[in-house]
Design a protein around this ligand. Sequence first.
Ligand code: SF4
Length: 345
Amino acid sequence: MCRRNCYYCPLSDKRKNKDKAWANERLIKNKDEMIEEALDSKATGAGITGGDPLISLKRTVDYAKYLKKKFGESFHIHIYFPLDLVNKTNLEKLYKSGIDEVRFHPDFENKKEWSRIFLAKKFDWSIGVEIPVIPGKEKEIKHLIDFIDGKIDFLNLNELEGSDTNANKLLEKGFTTKNRTSYGVKGSEELAVKLLNYCLRKKINVHYCTGKLKDRIQLGNRIKIRASSEKKKYDKVTNEGILIRGAIYHDKTIPSFGYKKRIEQIKNNKKEYKEIIKDLEKIIKEIKSRNNLKPESIELDKEKLRILTSLPIIKKVSKTIKNKCAIVEEYPTSDKMEVELDFIN
Ligand code: SF4
């Protein structure tokens, strides 16, 4: 949730203005689910973002304290938010929760709020400003840089990027992507280079993060680490950390248009959910006894209501079974987002 409505906001419709918490791709209902996700990802730190995490300050503080309690002082936590709700009391609560670093996202048009950044100096943590590099805003950004010069620890510049959510608004403002294969907005990188030079001359500690770095390197590394803990005996794992596995579907859960919504509807209907689980368990039992399989070579996926197994087994079983079988390539993330799905029968 957020009080601001920046035209460049990259948040997806799934997350924007929803009073929900996510840990990576996982929708979490409580603190322990957050810890599970951190363990699955072998996380050594966390970044709390929003929307504006100050809107749910109590939850933010509660979750930060819990992370520190479970993983110890060295588990580094940074938090990123706009200035709308920044005041001394809120910052004090964040500081006492154990958060190590604050990153402010000021509104270029609302200079009156900028001085709130310095309220953070009352506490012993690292203080930064993090902003998207918007082409055409050179003057405003330089003004902000002059304002913070010598008073905070670092400045993070992010390449402005298009997303499914903000694409129309960016187009309306006349922005386009720099090329067909990139989400990076044309002109953002060129302005970033000018700003980096400006900061270097002023000896400001500055970092620039391209979309490519975020997606291919940061996300890529996280995916690879997660694959190592998520991988099952029957999975093949690509160099990028993508899991390749065989899947057998119930007649009511075959992937097609509206697949995710359908799975959610079934999970909300206890009777239908139980029937499908029972049917799938029966299929597993039959396959195991007919093919003399080890228990770990085939299993039920209660989240996506399907049976998972190895490629050799799925190829063999698909010839004798009426249920739809597929070879699936998917991310090792908690939502197991499919990259590719090929039905083989
Ligand atoms: S402050 Fe951040 S979360 Fe809020 S609308 Fe702007 S970009 Fe989105």
